[in-house]
Structures are given as structure tokens and as C-alpha cells.
Design a protein around this ligand. Structure first.
Ligand SMILES: [Zn+2]
Length: 402
């Protein structure tokens, strides 16, 4: 049995609500959380005294393949994104571009504290593209849900599957009906971009699902910002969940991020990076943006604790992984991050959760573990050579841009 002790951390757990326990040890055994307490021991010890230890973040919608395209849609709208990325770059992707995109994208996420992500895949031109995407996720070491319009392939304990539907707004009712039938035959949850492209298409898409009897708790709505209160009630009553990507929604004009409205309707809501083409993909930036949008609309009851919960355990719930990750409950997989506090910005640490949400940056993420395996340590990726990765990614970027 392999075991590791994280000794003396400032531990932030997320269930039932985010809370802090100082000077706490966490014992990991065989990749799982075995015990929390004081005076625990193990042959191998990681001293995390004075540092924050918390569950890794959960990103419920990331087009991971776009890692080579960072910031290529600056100052653009959704129309620019579609033209440049989906109709410009995407058709040029070879399987090797998909592989390095997914590997680098997943490691970029992991490096900034995201231990679980849903890879919303769009490049499945050939089976080789799909396999390259899954292989890239596997090689990264992160926990992943691979979402594409097809059946599960080459699965590992850290990879599960979802059905990425183009949906009634984009593909029309006939395609959507076929997608829903396929997903439910395969027993896969459905993740779909709906409700973010104006009121008319939000109305039309949701009405189609309702009238066809297709609504259900297996649907995650991405960008559901244009729904009315009545429509949110319908989603809540049928058990649907939500993924909000506040940065891309603001940047590309996909509606005002509806985190607080969704939660007020009792809809389980998570956060996502969406695309690094129009903003950063790290959960610190995403949490802060979501939090500030709520404060900006004078939602005084929305707190730093609420947004941390949304970025962790609620994300795990949305992905159906709440028994696996998202909190520090004994028995769960050891998906943990250690955040430094020895920077000037973090020194005061009056309220560790507030400091984490308001002041910390990806550079403060010292150590990342997924299933007890160290992916990042002392601020460096452990199993991958960063300069080699960058060289391959740059080569891919140059090919794609040529
Ligand atoms: Zn998306």
C-alpha cells in the first residue's frame, strides 16, 4: 500500500459548505483520502505547514484542444470566434495537433489547480482524431470527462464519458432528437450549448426539448444566460444542471453570467473555462470573474464561499463525480492542491477562503495531486518537460496558422 501524509496545512474543505481547519494533516492511501486530523503519520511526508490545502478545481466545459490558439480571438465576438476558430483553425487540425492541444491544455489546467475537467471535444473528423484527444488527456494525468458525439472508447479509471450534443439551437430539431436518442441509448449524460445566443434561440431550443419530452436531469446547459425565470423553473423542475463560463461569456457577448440566478432557482451550477482563445483558462480567474459579476449586480448574499463551492464540489456534482472528487471526504480520490501563502499578496491570510478567491493566482499553486499521484510539485510539472511541450505546441501553432 502506498501512503503519503500532507502535514500541517491550512485545510479548506468544501462540504457541506467551504470551511477552514488549521494545522490539519491529511493521510492519503492508495490514491484516496484515508484520514484527516492531527498527529497522523506515514513513511512519506509532505510538509505543507502554513499553506492552503484544498480539493482540486472542477472545470465542466473546456475545449481543451485549443491550447495552441491562446488569445487568438482578442477583442472579438462569438461570430469572430466561430469564423476564426471553428471554421478557420479547426478543419486544419491533424491528430497530432489534437494530441498536443489536449495534453498541453490539460496540463495548463492542472498546473493552475484544476484536477478534473470535461473536455468538450469538437474535432472528431476521424477515429484517429478522437483517439488522439483521449490519449492527450490520459498522458496529462488529470481526471477527465471526454465529451464527444459517440460511444466510450479506451477508458481508464481517470477518464469517463459524456455526450457532446450540438443541440436544437445550432443543429436544429432533427439532429437534436437523434443526438438525444443516441446519448440515452448509450447511457451518457448530455452536455450542450443552450441559452447563450439570444432570447429567441433560447426560447426555440428549450421549447423543442419540452414539447418533445426530452428534458431531464442528464442535461447540462452551457451558457444558459438568456433564459427567463419561467424557463429556469422548467430546467430546475426537470433536474437540469448548468455550466457558466463567465470570461468567455463576457468577452464574446454570450449573455450576463447567470450563476446567481441559476442558484436562486435551485439549479446545480458549475464553472468552466470554455476557450482560452478569448481569456485565461485558470479557475482563479474564472472564480473571481463569476464572483465579481454577482457583486456587480448587487447580489450581496453571493459570497467567496459560494463561488469556491461552485468551482469544486458543485462542479463534481454536475459531472456526476461527487462520490469521486470535489471535496476532502474520506474515501474520495486524493485530488488535492497546495497553494503557497508566502507571497506579499497572501501574507495577511485573515480569512484563507477569501484570500484564495480574491488574491491567489495560478503561480501560487505549488503542488497538485490527482488520485494521489503528484502531477505538479514545488511549482513544476513532474512528469512532463515543459520546454519540450512548448516546442511541440509552438510547432503545432505555426502549422495551424500557416
Ligand atoms: Zn463551449
Amino acid at each position: 500500500m502506498s501512503s503519503l501524509l500532507l502535514r500541517g496545512g491550512i485545510v479548506i474543505d468544501t462540504e457541506p459548505q467551504p470551511h477552514v481547519t488549521e494545522y490539519t494533516d491529511i493521510l492519503l492511501e492508495d490514491g484516496r483520502i484515508a484520514a484527516l486530523g492531527t498527529g497522523l503519520s506515514a513513511p512519506e511526508v509532505l510538509d505543507v505547514t502554513g499553506r492552503l490545502v484544498l480539493p482540486g478545481f472542477v472545470d465542466t466545459h473546456r475545449h481543451t484542444w485549443q491550447a495552441a490558439l491562446g488569445a487568438t480571438v482578442a477583442d472579438g465576438t462569438l461570430a469572430d470566434y466561430l469564423a476564426r476558430i471553428l471554421h478557420g483553425y479547426a478543419p486544419r487540425y491533424r491528430p497530432e495537433d489534437v494530441y498536443i492541444g489536449n495534453l498541453a491544455g490539460a496540463l495548463d489546467a492542472a498546473s493552475s489547480g484544476t484536477t478534473t475537467l470535461l473536455d468538450w471535444s469538437q474535432l472528431n473528423e476521424t477515429p484517429a482524431h478522437t483517439e488522439a484527444a483521449v490519449d492527450g488527456l490520459h498522458a496529462s494525468g488529470v481526471r477527465a470527462v471526454y465529451a464527444y458525439p459517440g460511444a466510450p472508447i479506451s477508458t481508464t479509471p481517470r477518464t469517463t464519458f459524456a455526450y457532446a450534443a450540438s443541440g436544437p439551437e445550432h443543429a436544429g430539431p432533427q439532429v437534436a432528437a437523434e443526438e438525444w436518442r443516441a446519448a440515452r441509448e448509450l447511457g451518457l449524460p448530455i452536455t450542450v450549448h443552450m441559452g447563450g445566443h439570444g432570447r429567441e434561440s433560447a426560447d426555440r431550443g428549450l421549447a423543442f426539448l419540452r414539447n418533445s419530452g426530452l428534458l431531464g436531469p442528464d442535461i447540462t446547459y452551457i451558457h444558459p444566460n438568456y433564459y427567463t425565470d419561467d424557463q429556469l423553473r422548467l430546467i430546475a423542475d426537470t433536474g437540469g444542471t448548468a455550466s457558466i463560463a463567465p470570461i468567455s461569456e463576457a468577452a464574446l457577448h454570450i449573455g450576463y453570467p447567470a450563476v446567481g440566478r441559476l442558484q436562486a432557482h435551485g439549479i446545480l451550477t458549475s464553472l468552466s473555462s470554455d476557450s482560452v482563445t478569448s481569456g485565461p483558462g485558470d479557475m482563479f480567474s474564472i472564480m473571481r470573474t463569476a464572483y465579481l459579476f454577482e457583486r456587480a449586480r448587487l447580489a450581496e448574499d453571493f459570497t467567496t464561499r459560494d463561488v469556491l463551492r461552485t468551482a469544486t464540489i458543485d462542479g463534481a456534482r454536475v459531472l456526476g463525480l461527487a462520490e469521486t472528487t470535489g471535496s476532502l471526504r474520506v474515501g474520495k480520490q486524493a485530488d488535492l492542491i497546495v497553494v503557497r501563502t508566502d507571497t506579499l499578496a497572501m501574507s495577511a491570510l485573515t480569512d484563507p477562503i477569501a484570500s484564495l478567491v480574491l488574491s491567489a493566482t495560478p503561480a501560487d499553486v505549488d503542488t497538485v495531486l490527482v488520485a494521489g499521484e503528484i502531477v505538479k510539485h514545488n511549482g513544476r510539472l513532474r512528469n512532463h518537460d515543459l520546454s519540450a511541450l512548448r516546442a511541440t505546441l509552438l510547432e503545432s501553432a505555426r502549422y495551424l496558422a500557416a
